[in-house]
Ligand binder design. Structure first.
Ligand code: MN3
Length: 387
């Protein structure tokens, strides 16, 4: 029996790695639905290669154009399209490789329709982890991590009794600016920020890595995925990104997962779990070539966004929602050349410090708080520009 896959975000970095996993294992997987944002030429190739039944697109004009070419396929636009992919009848599991909080509603819809989730879209858990995990529990569906650090922890946890786990240790490469002082950060450009030392990824996550917001989001993601309190979650600087993450047990033993930097491995594991299968065309990686691995403490003053992520995570409720929303708006403004690099941090700090928690929080309220935070941060950016 082939596993039927719905893929949200097929033309991005995770999406194309996922397609490679499916391509290499046609006997195990079938792509029945996918969405894409703007790369229509690549989308056409995916349609022709994989013959899905449902495709989510960005605009109504794309629906018209593609429906003429492929009348056998159901195309839908915008959020409706994402939800159509997430709930496609034929799919067993939905891989969410969207970037940002746009992933929340389709992920909830997939859970409601009883599908397992392979989650690469960490912002969904940061924004509304409580509701996502609750819904998954009620529906009896699995949330399987795809983020490499969380996959690593998930993999090593399979061999351990949860009560013996003392720490979850997330490794951080440090991003593009790990060797710069805060003084030097004042002058960095978008181009500098997009040069990640170890991984080739989308723009947002590459910038998030440089600000360490990405690691902060991952701390909150780990809290929800593994039901771990924040004092149990540690982050360690590991320049090589060879150890993908690790756990420490009560008797002091560490268990780590390591290997080449290849996102196809965590993607494939999420799709085949609990089984493991051959990774075809694996990257050349020989542990004997790895002569040294470095692990260092992270400087809290150098990376204040990581510290802030622990604070908002600890406060819970909608604080992580605000942290995430402010970051998304600020990073987009930085990509568009509207603000300076360090203003990303300033905007996030401001949004978090001005936030007042509401009582009896519901998912609808959280979505509203996300929206309002964005509006506020947009306004602040306009004010910054006029200075
Ligand atoms: Mn990661």
């Amino acid at each position: 029996m082939k596993k039927k896959i719905g893929l949200l975000g097929a033309t991005g970095s995770i999406g194309t790695s996922a397609l490679d996993v499916l391509r290499n294992n046609p006997e195990s997987f079938e792509l029945v639905a996918f969405s894409f944002y703007s790369n229509i030429e690549l989308a056409k190739k995916i349609i022709e290669e994989f013959q899905p039944v449902v495709v989510g697109v960005r605009t109504k004009a794309m629906v018209q154009e593609l429906s003429l070419l492929y009348p056998q396929i159901k195309f839908q636009a915008g959020m409706e399209g994402l939800v159509a992919v997430a709930t496609a009848k034929a799919a067993d599991i939905v891989l969410t490789a969207l970037t940002g909080s746009v992933g929340l509603l389709p992920t909830m819809a997939a859970i409601e329709s009883g599908k397992d989730i392979a989650l690469a879209n960490k912002e969904t858990l940061v924004m509304a982890g409580q509701w996502v995990m609750q819904a998954a529990k009620e529906k009896g569906v699995k949330i399987l991590p795809v983020d490499s650090e969380h996959s690593a922890i998930f993999q090593v946890l399979q061999s351990q009794d949860n009560k013996n786990v003392k720490e979850l240790i997330i490794t951080a490469s440090g991003g593009s600016f790990r060797d710069l002082t805060r003084e030097k950060l004042k002058q960095v450009t978008l181009e500098d920020a997009l040069k990640h030392p170890n991984w080739s990824m989308g723009k947002k996550i590459t910038i998030d890595s440089s600000t360490m917001v990405n690691k902060g989001l991952e701390v909150i993601e780990a809290h929800w995925l593994f039901d771990a309190s924040y004092d149990k979650i540690k982050v360690v600087l590991h320049r090589e990104s060879t150890v993908h993450s690790m756990i420490k047990l009560v008797d002091g033993a560490y268990f780590a997962q390591l290997g080449p930097r290849d996102m196809r491995e965590p993607i494939q594991y999420a799709l085949t779990f609990p089984k493991r299968t051959l990774l075809k065309n694996e990257k050349d990686f020989d542990i004997a070539d790895v002569s040294t691995l470095h692990f260092d403490k992270l400087d809290e003053e150098r990376f204040p966004m990581l510290t802030l992520a622990f604070v908002v995570g600890g406060k819970g409720g909608s604080f992580p929602t605000v942290f995430n929303a402010a970051n998304e708006v600020a990073v987009n403004a930085f990509i568009d050349g509207k603000i300076k690099y360090l203003e990303i941090e300033e905007l996030i700090k401001r949004a978090v410090s001005k936030h007042q928690e509401e009582i009896n929080l519901t998912l609808e309220m959280v979505i509203e708080i996300d929206k309002k935070t964005r509006q506020k941060v947009y306004k602040w950016i306009e004010e910054l520009k006029s200075i």
